[in-house]
Design a protein around this ligand. Structure first.
Ligand code: SF4
Length: 207
């Protein structure tokens, strides 16, 4: 028997003047700071983002009924959107045909997952990418995020460098206040070595 459909408000939700697409609950990482693991579960405001199953592109499109007045559509949620790369790209194309600015929030590990450089596929589809750098070095990253691959941090840095060639704006983020995270070292890595903007995030913001 097929699982019940999730309500449209769980697939696409608004925060201020942005619409967020909740494509998957799946994730490569097991971050110590993940809000999925807190007492309230995967909640953003009043919206419960737990998904019963992976929504199809058609279901998401149907939930994107009214784009009027929104400044941007963001692939986000409590999972890693690039794990559903073909669906993500299809929806991004759909949004660009409607002239919507599109942002991707990502762990930056898609090239490791797919074992190829996926960043050229973002050209013309994604306007901004925000990558969770999370740490100033591989040791801290591995401790905080528990990636399944020991070389994940190198892939993450290469993803950021490659994405600059195909996406108008690429930025890196890290959470300010986590034990072991040197936020100024993260800033230097992002700005000076990787050549992108850096944005520190508060602890309760995984979007
Ligand atoms: S990448 Fe995001 S959703 Fe995945 S475990 Fe880390 S904080 Fe949670």
């Amino acid at each position: 028997m097929s699982k019940q459909k999730d309500p449209p408000g769980r697939l696409v939700y608004a925060l201020g003047d942005r619409l967020y697409i909740n494509l998957t609950s799946g994730c490569s990482l097991k971050c110590q700071f993940c809000l999925k693991n807190n007492d309230t579960g995967p909640m953003v405001g009043d919206v419960d983002l737990s998904l019963g199953r992976q929504p199809s592109a058609t279901e998401i499109r149907k939930a994107l009924t009214d784009l009027e007045g929104y400044a941007e559509v963001v692939f986000c949620g409590f999972g890693e959107p690039t794990l559903r790369l073909p669906t993500l790209l299809e929806l991004a194309e759909f949004l660009k045909r409607k002239n919507m600015p599109v942002r991707l929030n990502t762990d930056g590990l898609a090239n490791r997952v797919f074992r190829r450089d996926v960043t050229p596929q973002f050209a013309g589809r994604i306007d901004r990418i925000s990558v969770s750098l999370n740490a100033q070095d591989a040791e801290t990253y591995n401790r905080l995020c528990a990636p399944p691959w020991p070389d994940a941090f190198q892939y993450l840095m290469d993803f950021i460098r490659n994405a600059r060639d195909h996406v108008e704006e690429v930025s890196a983020t890290a959470i300010d206040g986590l034990e072991g995270v040197d936020i100024e070292a993260c800033r230097r890595l992002a700005e000076e070595d990787l050549g992108v903007m850096f944005r520190p995030r508060p602890l309760d913001d995984i979007g």
